[in-house]
Design a protein around this ligand. Structure first.
Ligand code: G3P
Ligand code: MG
Length: 244
């Protein structure tokens, strides 16, 4: 039986949710200021193998760049504005490296759910690179997750002491087999479409469940009452620090 993951109840989705540009250090600082104890962010590799925080495979939605992340070097990414599309007040905010993100989490005392988000074809390498950088981190402060079973398998190999969660869009009927295949002890799944009936078997098996993306208190309360360990939200402003 794996150790239970000590989740913060409320996790800042993509660092700061609606309150800051996603996957930025500014988001982490705002989350911490609001009393949030844990952040989630997405990590992918540049063309020269540097892990950075980015959700999309392409740059257009969140930065002033264009094209595919996987074709850009870390030096090229470092020149981009990853904040101005959220609000002009964040116009000089960069897309941070994973190492800078880990450093900032440590400084702010934030627990981190690192979502390994490989661009297609880089699943194993991204899993390895990310796991290498967290392998020495003390227990209870980092959780790795991914939709990619291959990435999670690499993470298990490289950093077996760091807990892992499998990401899914629904609770699959064969969740037990999928968790075993991925070497994961927890499931992170979309809140939309899941029901108390689907959650109960996981709880009975002491499999922890966290749900994304929950932007209202009523849904969060229903999920917590059903046994969900944590929710990912864009709306940190809906909770008081003592509730997080
Ligand atoms: O890790 C939870 C959630 O972030 C998964 O969805 O697309 O926002 O990375 P996405
Ligand atoms: Mg994510």
């Amino acid at each position: 039986m794996p150790h239970l993951i000590r989740y913060p109840r409320i996790i800042a989705h993509r660092c700061g949710g609606a309150l800051a540009p996603e996957n930025t250090l500014a988001g982490m600082r705002i989350a911490a200021r609001l009393g949030c104890r844990g952040v989630e962010f997405d990590v992918a590799l540049t063309a020269d193998g540097v892990p950075i925080l980015m959700h999309d495979a392409t740059l257009e939605r969140t930065t002033n760049g264009a094209g595919f992340l996987a074709t850009k070097t870390a030096a090229e990414i470092a020149c981009l504005d990853a904040g101005g599309k959220h609000h002009r007040a964040f116009a000089v905010e960069p897309a941070p490296t994973f190492q800078a993100a880990l450093q900032t989490c440590a400084e702010l005392g934030l627990w981190a759910n690192v979502e390994i988000k490989p661009t297609p074809g880089t699943e194993a390498e991204t899993g390895r690179v990310v796991a290498n950088l967290v392998a020495g981190i003390g227990p209870g402060t980092v959780l790795l997750s991914s939709f990619s079973v291959l990435a999670l398998q690499q993470a298990l190999h490289v950093a077996p002491a760091i807990p892992r969660a499998l990401l899914t869009e629904t609770i699959p009927a064969d969740w037990r087999d999928q968790l075993v295949a991925a070497g994961a002890s927890a499931l992170h799944t979309a809140a939309s479409g899941i029901t108390v009936d689907l959650i109960a078997p996981l709880c009975h098996s002491r499999i922890q469940l966290a749900c994304y993306t929950v932007n209202d208190r009523a849904t969060a309360a229903t999920l917590f009452a059903a046994g969900v360990s944590a929710i990912f939200t864009d709306r940190l402003d809906l909770w008081m620090p003592e509730e997080m």
